[in-house]
Design a protein around this ligand. Structure first.
Ligand code: DGT
Ligand code: CA
Ligand code: CA
Length: 544
């Protein structure tokens, strides 16, 4: 359901972006007027559209505006705004959320200095250039700087892999302190979410004030934001926020559960507790005033009638129903992996992959080659080892969904494919995917949705149909382990699993751990992952 306010916001945003773009002021004003009209109207536009009411009968609504409102009610989106968002740099749009900066000023900043994002804005604010612009006094510049700082703190997210090292370093640092018994990193970090907003650390310690003193002296702390009796917050050098909380021993399981989240998961658990006449909060599970579960998280779940739910699943995406029905997935583990898929570009990378596979006792390696193919296939063929070596050639898939192979290669077992970047509409793009997945030569689709974590959304196609087609044609979809891509994402993996698709967990720097987290967040069991098969099973499945 779309509210009047949401429609108004879409029009107001459209007006802002048109103004930044320097469009005709009349057009800009028309959108602003439409926004105001919607906000002040006592009519429910969502309802009117759904009832098929002719909006042009209302004062001040012409044919165009009526169509726009219908579009927004029916699709939740406005194509003109979507187009503008593509045209105008994202950073420029973000500048609008800084207090004191409207579209006129953002436009002026862009035209005067080419400022396109917060970092550039900050630079010009600090070097004194900003104050030279008409209307930009020292007060405004100060306000802008404050706004930049707040927004950066509120808005930035980090890749999980980007905070991994410092997170564990900080954990070890805390554990080193006398009297610290337990340290756990909870929050999205524990749920292995591809990106994290901040770190939520829990400690059990004899003397929390002393631990807190020690915590803020961690060498990578840049700024101490607060230091309280049970909670302290700092910012690290890279602007990552870290919250440290002291927890009493008797509350630890409940606290760990609460601060692991997600919030949506917690809310559902709390509802279950209420149904059972219990109360759950970060201090414990209570019946009346008595704590009834506190030793482990298993106890917390048991108290509300559930099996233990792995942190990766705690997103309120069906895990609670599954735990009630005892149908939770048995998530894939690192130990289930029998062989690896490696992107290799030269013989050194091949040697590395071989060493790594030997160390991990893997049965086979699939080498994915995209360049120097003749040289590398010869090299692979010349290697003498116990490990079974499989070669795949990476092809590009063109805008029609056809694979491009420049020549016939010898000693090749498999063909993989990546979609070339093509701007196509939803229908055409879907057809292209379907066509590619029906190609008898293609076995594995790499980087299936072309996404980038925090940067680029997955491609917009009919995923249900794509998964159905992949399943019917026995095509494999990659779960890419590069923490920048993690393609497919967790939500799509889960959809694919419901369609019984098979996924390949590829390696990144000789390791698939980030992809494994993603696979687990997408509810993958062992049987959903191609490279948990033995070599014999694999050969059979892929038919090479
Ligand atoms: P992030 O930091 O944005 O990547 O995501 P989280 O999940 O780490 O969220 P954060 O840091 O805001 O809070 C940590 C956990 O604390 C969260 O996962 C669940 C819990 N929590 C926070 N606020 C609330 C709340 O209002 N209600 C409930 N039930 N739990 C909350
Ligand atoms: Ca967090
Ligand atoms: Ca937090």
């Amino acid at each position: 359901m779309v509210t009047n306010k949401q429609i108004a916001e879409i029009f107001a945003k459209t007006a802002d972006l048109l103004e930044i773009k320097g469009e005709n002021p009349f057009k800009v004003r028309a959108y602003r007027n439409a926004a105001r009209m919607l906000e002040n109207s006592s009519k429910d536009f969502n309802k009117l559209v759904k009832e098929g009411f002719d909006l042009t009968k209302l004062p001040g609504i012409g044919h165009d505006l009526s169509e726009y409102i219908k579009e927004i009610v029916n699709t939740g989106k406005f194509h003109k705004l979507e187009e503008l968002k593509k045209e105008i740099p994202q950073g420029l749009i973000e500048l609008l959320s800084i207090e004191g900066l409207g579209p006129k000023r953002v436009k002026l900043l862009y035209e005067s200095f080419g400022i396109k994002n917060m970092d550039e804005l900050k630079k010009y604010a600090l070097n004194g250039e900003l104050e030279k612009l008409p209307g930009f006094g020292p007060k405004l510049v100060e306000k802008i700087l404050k706004g930049v700082k707040q927004l950066k703190k509120a808005g930035i997210r980090f890749l999980w892999a980007e905070v991994e090292e410092v997170a564990y370093e900080l954990k070890d640092y805390l554990l080193d302190f006398e009297g610290v018994e337990i340290v756990d990193i909870a929050g999205s970090f524990r749920r292995k979410k591809e990106s994290v907003g901040d770190l939520d650390i829990l400690v059990i310690a004899k003397d929390y004030p002393k631990v807190s003193e020690y915590f803020v002296k961690f060498p990578k702390v840049k700024e101490v934001y607060s230091k309280g009796l049970t909670r302290s917050t700092v910012f690290l050098e890279n602007d990552l926020q870290v919250d440290l909380r002291a927890v009493a021993k008797e509350s630890y399981a409940a606290a760990l559960h609460y601060f692991t989240g997600s919030k949506a998961h917690n809310i559902e658990i709390r509802k279950l507790a209420i149904q059972k006449g219990l109360k759950i909060n970060e201090y414990g599970v209570y019946r009346g005033n008595e704590i009834i579960a506190s030793q482990t998280e298993e106890d917390v779940y048991k108290s509300v009638g559930l099996e233990y739910i792995e942190p990766e699943l705690r997103e309120n995406r069906g895990e609670i129903e599954a735990a009630l029905n005892k149908s939770l997935p048995n998530l894939v583990n690192k130990d289930d992996i029998q062989g690896v898929f490696e992107y290799v570009k030269n013989t050194k990378e091949i040697d590395n992959a071989l060493l790594n596979a030997t160390k991990n006792h893997f049965e086979y390696i699939i080498f994915n080659l995209s360049e120097n193919i003749d040289e590398l296939t010869d090299y692979i063929k010349s290697l003498k080892c116990e490990i079974k070596l499989i070669t795949s050639i990476q092809t590009e898939i063109d805008k029609n969904g056809e694979i491009e192979i420049k020549k016939v290669f010898k000693n090749v077992d498999l063909i993989t494919g990546v979609m070339q970047k093509c701007d196509l509409d939803y229908e055409t793009q879907t057809k292209r995917y379907i066509n590619a997945l029906k190609n008898p030569y293609l076995k594995i689709l790499l980087r299936p949705s072309m996404r980038e974590v925090l940067k680029k959304e997955e491609i917009d196609v009919d995923w249900e149909l794509v998964f159905d087609t992949a399943k019917q044609n026995k095509k494999i979809l990659e779960i890419n382990s590069n923490p920048r891509f993690l393609d497919l994402n967790d939500v799509l993996i889960k959809k694919g699993i419901e369609k019984k698709c098979m996924f390949l967990l590829s390696n990144f720097k000789n390791d698939c751990k980030y992809g494994l987290f993603q696979a687990r967040r997408g509810w993958c069991e062992k049987d959903n992952i191609l490279n948990t098969l033995s070599y014999k099973q694999l050969k059979n499945f892929l038919n090479f």
